[in-house]
Design a protein around this ligand. Structure first.
Ligand SMILES: Nc1ncnc2c1ncn2[C@@H]1O[C@H](COP(=O)(O)OP(=O)(O)OP(=O)(O)O)[C@@H](O)[C@H]1O
Length: 246
């Protein structure tokens, strides 16, 4: 299990994350919040790619301090960054193999791991196609294949449904719920993605966690109205300053 304890991230004088503490539990957890809330910062820190300004990370109880600790942790963490870029001349297989190399999947296992990951996202027929020639939905699936190659137990996906059309989003959700990773952290601006996939929802606002709990429990707090689902209503109410704060 991955734990973040009182993690703070500053960019110059701006505090992007303010004393965030969370444990990534098994299952799918959605991370939502307004633009600039700190979601991408939190995700990059959770992957160990970015060091927090203060606070600690633990993986299965072991603190991640040295570069060696971080490299070992990264072997267990698959990551799809926001707007992920890949060389457009790479084939799908080459893209996924490159990710396997970056994540320290043993060379002997590359062929089978890549084939398995590409199959998981149903891109076997496009395995030799260049990344630059794929549709947005297929590119995103290839990105997920790169994140899941070697079956990492933790998967971190930063806005994976951006740029997908409605049918591609539905397809993506099915892919997501079929994955083997133990813990998945998914950031999104789309509340329908949360209700369709995530059992836990974390709401981040101005660098702080303002809600963390089962999606079903938050949904029960909301009221459905024209064009607004119960979960959307509850999410908006969570972000609204309370009367006491006003
Ligand atoms: N490299 C950086 N340098 C300076 N400021 C940054 C940097 N990255 C993020 N920030 C600032 O930190 C805050 C949090 O940004 P972050 O990208 O983590 O939020 P987010 O919730 O992912 O936003 P979005 O939903 O728009 O992607 C924002 O105010 C942002 O402008």
């Amino acid at each position: 299990m991955l734990e973040l304890t009182t993690v703070t991230a500053r960019y110059g004088r701006r505090t992007a994350l303010d004393q965030v503490t969370l444990t990534l539990t098994p299952g799918i957890t959605a991370l939502v919040g307004p633009n600039g809330a700190g979601k991408s910062t939190l995700m990059r820190i959770a992957t160990t790619l970015q060091r927090p300004s203060s606070g600690t990370l633990h993986l299965d109880g072991h603190p991640l301090i040295s570069r060696a600790d971080n490299l070992r942790a990264r072997e267990r963490i698959g990551f799809l960054p926001q707007d992920f870029k890949s060389d457009p001349r790479f084939s799908v297989t080459e893209h996924v193999t490159y990710q396997a190399w970056l994540r320290g999947v043993p060379r002997m296992a590359w062929d089978s791991a890549v084939r398995e990951a590409v199959g998981r996202v149903n891109l076997e027929d496009r395995a030799d196609d260049r990344m630059g020639r794929l549709s947005g939905g297929m590119r995103q699936r290839a990105g997920i294949a790169g994140a899941i190659v070697g079956n990492p137990d933790i998967l971190i996906l930063d806005e994976p449904t951006v740029g997908l059309d409605p049918s591609q989003r539905i397809e993506f959700r099915a892919t997501l719920t079929s994955l083997d990773s133990t813990s998945i952290l998914l950031s999104t601006h789309l509340i329908e993605d949360v209700s369709a996939t995530a059992e836990r929802i974390i709401i981040l606002n101005e660098g702080q966690i303002v809600h963390d709990g089962p999606t079903s429990a938050l949904q029960e707090q909301g009221v459905e109205s024209a064009g607004v689902s119960r979960l959307e209503d509850a999410y908006i109410s969570t972000l609204r300053p309370s009367v006491a704060d006003a």
